[in-house]
Design a protein around this ligand. Structure first.
Ligand code: Q46
Ligand code: ZN
Ligand code: ZN
Length: 321
């Protein structure tokens, strides 16, 4: 097996590209794919302060590593979810990477800062763990990015993730979600710009990237992921990909090129109806946002480090006050 670029010994085959790569050219391929995605979607502008959401897993650490190597002003954000040993181990991986690279890591801990954890929060709110978790993370990510003066929030969603989400949204014809499923969402009142620079890399490639770069990532999967529909969509797409290399890429990028625009008007209409949450000021479609309601039901507190402070004065650009 020879590297497509230099003909030296290859360490990985990328069937989607019908090519093999040595370590040096595989690392270059990953960086090039990230740069290509960022250019294509104008994800990060010169001088932007970037916050990367890191879980300690392969995708977020690979993304952080690549953005640091490309010279971006980038800090990490780790959110402790209170999922037992899994959270302890994921924090360790995020911290060790930050120390190794001399990079800033901002930490928010749901149990100590908000008084609840994901297992209790999901039970109290009668939501599936991943639903309570995803919603909590989105809220904390947005807040940390805005509080820290970051221009852009980057997440490690890869091609497999995006194709699986798209598959689920199409399967159930969630047309409002389809309108929002883009690799970049512009900043607007109460939300930072959100970007997904890894959309051109598959899961297997981010794992291989970490291995060849010596990045010690958390291999263990979250124990609460069992039964998650997202995993079954990934498995289904993996079956297709195994007999038809490039199918995931065509599915996702074909959607972006030829279909996503058709759903954007509906997603835009939803955005017009946003209000400021009476508790925390975050944009929401209800008086009190879903995050504050979940925290309240779980017996936590909305303001980090203390009890909820009651209605906050807020100013939003759109919607009734
Ligand atoms: S951490 Fe949270 Fe994931 Fe665990 S509970 Fe589900 S969403 S699976 S990325
Ligand atoms: Zn090579
Ligand atoms: Zn709120």
């Amino acid at each position: 097996m020879k590297c497509r670029v230099c003909r030296g010994p290859a360490v990985i085959d990328v069937r989607r590209h019908n090519a093999n790569f040595c370590v040096e050219h595989f690392v270059k391929l990953c960086r090039d794919q990230v740069q290509k995605a960022m250019r294509e979607w104008s994800m990060i502008q010169p001088g932007d302060k970037v916050l990367v959401a890191v879980s300690g897993g392969k995708d977020s650490l690979a993304l952080w590593d690549i953005l640091l190597d490309l010279g971006y002003d980038v800090s990490g954000l780790y959110v402790g979810l209170g999922i037992g040993d899994y959270s302890d181990a994921s924090a360790t991986h995020a911290r060790e990477f930050a120390v190794k690279r001399g990079a800033e890591l901002i930490e928010v801990d749901l149990p100590s800062d908000y008084g609840y954890d994901i297992p209790d929060g999901s039970r109290a709110a009668r939501r599936a763990p991943c639903s309570a978790c995803g919603m909590s993370k989105r809220h904390v990510f947005d807040k940390a990015a805005l509080d820290g003066g970051f221009d852009v929030l980057a997440t490690g969603h890869n091609l497999d993730d995006e194709a699986a989400v798209l598959f689920g949204n199409v399967l159930h014809w969630q047309t409002d979600y389809l309108g929002r499923q883009l690799p970049v969402l512009p900043a607007r009142d109460g939300f930072p710009r959100k970007v997904k620079p890894l959309v051109r890399l598959a899961e297997r490639e981010t794992a291989a990237y970490c291995v060849v770069r010596g990045i010690d990532y958390l291999v263990e999967e979250c124990p609460m992921a069992a039964g998650n529909r997202h995993l079954s969509y990934k498995e289904a797409l993996n079956v297709v990909e195994s007999t038809s290399p490039g199918a995931k890429h065509d599915f996702y990028f074909g959607f972006l090129a030829r279909a996503s625009e058709r759903f954007q008007a509906e997603a835009e209409t939803d955005r017009e109806d946003l209000l400021a949450c009476l508790q925390c000021g975050a944009p929401t479609t209800t008086e009190v946002c879903a995050f504050c309601r979940l925290v309240e039901r779980a017996g936590g507190h909305v303001e980090p480090g203390g009890p909820a402070h009651g209605p906050q004065p807020v100013t939003l650009g759109r919607g009734p006050r």
